[in-house]
Design a protein around this ligand. Structure first.
Ligand code: NDP
Ligand code: 2IT
Length: 444
């Protein structure tokens, strides 16, 4: 569609050298044509041009002192992309690969994901090129305090509510919250999510992304009268999302047989031991090779990747572009029938094309991993009412939200004549909610 091509050309021109951002925008724009044709209002008021332009981008210096007394300098980011549906909401990523391009791609995805949750949250993302690997607790604390010393002036429970992502978990949220509280002299619980359970956190937030990704896979399988029970599941990553994808898959009777990190991957044919995984990763901050050393029958590999293991279900839960066209071909050859993305944009465009051509069940991250941010919104609800829900209540709400997202994607795909196309369904369902709000608000 010419209108969409023009917007994409402009994005390429105005955002040079930002390949992941281009990829994320292209993946959304190229599915929107049927919606825009049906609703000409979406061509008015430069709606699309405004959608691809962040409302605000903040970049700042983060100086901190390491354990040797040496001054280190990192760069901090917060991209406040779209607030049509609510305060900006999205995680913070601490990883050496972080730059403006990465934060913009994640922030753009977050707009549509958050719209799909129906929880009244806008889209944003932030982070830093700080690498937490090998840093002491004190170094992480000093970094977080310095990061928040700039970030605090841009966030707030009605403005922008960060949370975790790669490299940011409970420990980092604790240090960030402490510094925010100290700088503002306010116990403003709703300013961050993923908080500790003793000071405003929600039960199930830790588990929510991984649980949701598996629940989404299960909902997709039910549309074909297939069952997760007894399925062999291949999972990448070994962090927050992967760990709780393993746990939920096991609870539902499936057998997850792999985990990975940036140094290699583990094949554990009897099924991953989630308690040992949590001990190695969450308590000891170790590597998947440490897991393999302690688990009988588990093998650590540095060649190849998890996608070469025969499976029924694949759950990429590590990082962007971690599953390419060759991997997709291998998965299909081995009989994989379901792919549900726990990570953000883990499958390359070539891989997605293969999944769609072969008509397996494929769910994009903005739908399948929305359980994390949805449960962050549940945390905000509890903070606003000073309530504390039980695990069962929070998990029940998460399950309902995941079902609603699944059904919205399916119904939208159906409405636009492409039944079973979860990519089109997720993009258009999210887009229309954001676009309608933007039109209501006028040109801002
Ligand atoms: P964690 O930091 O807890 O874990 C990340 C895992 O992915 C680690 O095992 C890490 O290995 C691996 N990994 C990261 N980068 C790379 C890389 N470049 N190559 C190979 N492996 C890599 O992060 P999360 O589990 O929270 O996040 C995983 C994915 O899920 C990300 O895409 C994130 O954006 C997405 N996500 C997270 C949500 C959340 O609530 N946490 C919500 C929705 C999506 P290593 O330690 O070796 O780097
Ligand atoms: O990518 C994501 O959705 C997240 N990292 C979670 C964001 C959040 O605000 O909970």
């Amino acid at each position: 569609m010419q209108r969409i091509d023009e917007v994409m050309d402009e994005v390429l021109k105005r955002n040079p050298a930002e390949p992941e951002f281009h990829q994320a925008v292209r993946e959304v724009l190229e599915t929107l044509a049927p919606s825009i044709e049906k609703h000409p209002k979406y061509q008015d008021y430069a709606l699309l041009e405004r959608l691809v332009e962040p409302e605000r981008q903040i970049i700042f210096r983060v100086p901190w002192i390491d354990d040797e007394g040496k001054v280190q300098v990192n760069r901090g980011y917060r991209v406040e992309f779209n607030s049509a549906l609510g305060p900006y909401k999205g995680g913070l990523r601490f990883h050496k690969s972080v730059n403006r391009n990465i934060i913009k791609f994640l922030g753009f995805e977050q707009i549509f994901k958050n719209a799909l949750t129906n929880q009244g949250i806008g889209g944003g993302k932030g982070g830093s090129d700080f690498d937490p690997h090998g840093k002491s607790d004190n170094e992480v604390m000093r970094f977080c305090q310095s990061f928040m010393t700039e970030l605090y002036r841009h966030i707030g429970d009605m403005t922008d509510v960060p949370a975790g992502d790669i490299g940011v978990g409970g420990r980092e949220i604790g240090y960030l919250f402490g510094q925010y509280k100290r700088l503002t002299n306010r116990f403003e619980a709703g300013v961050l999510t993923g908080k500790g359970l003793g000071w405003g956190g929600s039960l199930v937030r830790t588990e929510a992304t991984g649980y949701g990704t598996v629940l989404f896979a299960q909902s997709m399988m039910h549309t074909r009268s297939e069952r997760l029970e007894g399925a062999r599941v291949v999972i990448s990553g070994s962090g927050n999302v992967a760990t709780y994808a393993v746990e939920k898959a096991q609870q539902l009777g499936a057998v997850p047989v792999t985990i990975s990190d940036s140094s290699g991957w583990v094949y554990d044919p009897e099924g991953i031991d989630v308690e040992l995984l949590r001990q190695v990763k969450e308590v000891e901050r170790g590597r998947v090779s440490d897991y393999a050393n302690r688990k009988k029958g588990a093998v650590f590999n540095t060649k190849g990747n998890v996608w070469q293991v025969e499976c029924d279900v694949a759950l990429p839960c590590a990082t962007q572009n971690e599953l390419n066209e060759d991997d997709a071909r291998t998965l299909l050859k081995n009989g994989c029938k379901v792919v549900s993305e726990g990570a953000n944009m883990p499958c390359t465009p070539g891989a997605i094309e293969l999944f769609q051509e072969s008509h397996i069940l494929y769910a994009p991250g903005k739908a399948a991993n929305a359980g994390g941010v949805a449960t962050s919104a549940l945390e905000m609800r509890q903070n606003a009412s000073r309530a504390k829900w039980s695990f069962d209540r929070a998990e029940h709400e998460l399950t309902m939200i995941m079902e609603e997202i699944h059904d919205a994607c399916l119904a939208t795909a159906e409405e636009y004549g492409q039944p079973g196309n979860y990519v089109l369904g997720a993009n258009i369902a999210g887009f229309e909610r954001v676009a309608d709000a933007m039109l209501d608000h006028g040109v801002i």
